[in-house]
Design a protein around this ligand. Structure first.
Ligand code: SAM
Length: 231
């Protein structure tokens, strides 16, 4: 069941070329709110985009927030949004690997790219205002960033640390749970939401049907938040 919280993302805007907060961003903010996981803790937001998750973490009382993104425009956008919101977020250019070097953190939150990507994805016509392809493209199985994030969870986190990740069922929720558990964490889905396909999934639906990833005619996906706790 999904519990809806006030729309914390509404005041955070994305500049051109940066992923605008969407339902997955909101679901991750709801998970932070519901669990109370970030309050008083050192938080890393990996794949920060506009900084919406990092800013929400700071607003929820995180002790410190460090945010990482591979896109310089996103880092600039997140820095500006945090200043506008009057909260402290240290936004840096970097990947999960840079978070690993800067860590460990008490809490790692992430809304990574997780959309399965066809070899012909470069031919798709997707409206520019949806953001850059690097915000969602994640290899044929959608796990290009999810795999290293899950596999390095134990090293990213302090003892008793928490990871919160949002992803789609189409990037294999069970695989994330398995990888996190193999890394020695307790992991479970704590929130889920069924949403209609947006422009990217719509553009990919025929390919996903062809390779058997999507039942023919289905045009909605379940997004989930996984909570993983380091023992
Ligand atoms: C789906 S967007 C999420 C943005 C924001 N956290 C939100 O929830 O609205 C994914 C972001 O991850 C960034 N990204 C892609 N690959 C990355 C990587 N390997 N390491 C860090 N950031 C990455 C993209 O530039 C993009 O800003």
């Amino acid at each position: 069941m999904t519990i809806l919280y006030p729309d914390l993302q509404s005041s955070v805007a994305a500049t051109a070329g940066v992923y605008a907060p969407q339902q997955d961003s909101q679901l991750l903010i709801e998970a932070m709110t519901l669990t109370g996981a970030v309050t008083g803790r050192r938080v890393a937001d990996v794949c920060t985009g506009s900084g919406v998750i990092a800013i929400a973490a700071a607003q929820l009382g995180a002790r410190s927030v460090t945010a990482f993104d591979i896109c310089p425009k996103a880092v600039q956008c997140a820095t500006g949004n945090a200043a506008d919101a009057g909260v402290g977020v240290d936004a840096r250019l970097g990947t999960w690997g840079d978070a690993l070097e800067a860590g460990p953190f008490d809490v790692v939150v992430s809304n990574p790219p997780y959309v399965p990507t066809s070899p012909d994805a470069h031919l798709e016509e997707i409206p520019a205002d949806v953001g850059p392809a690097t915000a969602w493209n994640a290899g044929v199985d959608g796990r290009q960033v999810l795999n290293p994030l899950c596999d390095s969870a134990a090293d990213l986190l302090t003892g008793s640390g928490t990871m919160l990740i949002v992803q789609s069922e189409f990037s294999d929720t069970e695989q994330s749970l398995r990888r996190l558990r193999s890394a020695g964490l307790d992991a479970e889905v704590i929130l889920s939401q069924l949403i209609p396909f947006g422009p990217v999934m719509t553009a990919r639906a025929a390919w996903m049907e062809r390779i058997g990833m999507l039942p023919v005619g289905r045009r909605e996906e379940e997004i989930v938040v996984i909570q993983a706790e380091k023992r």
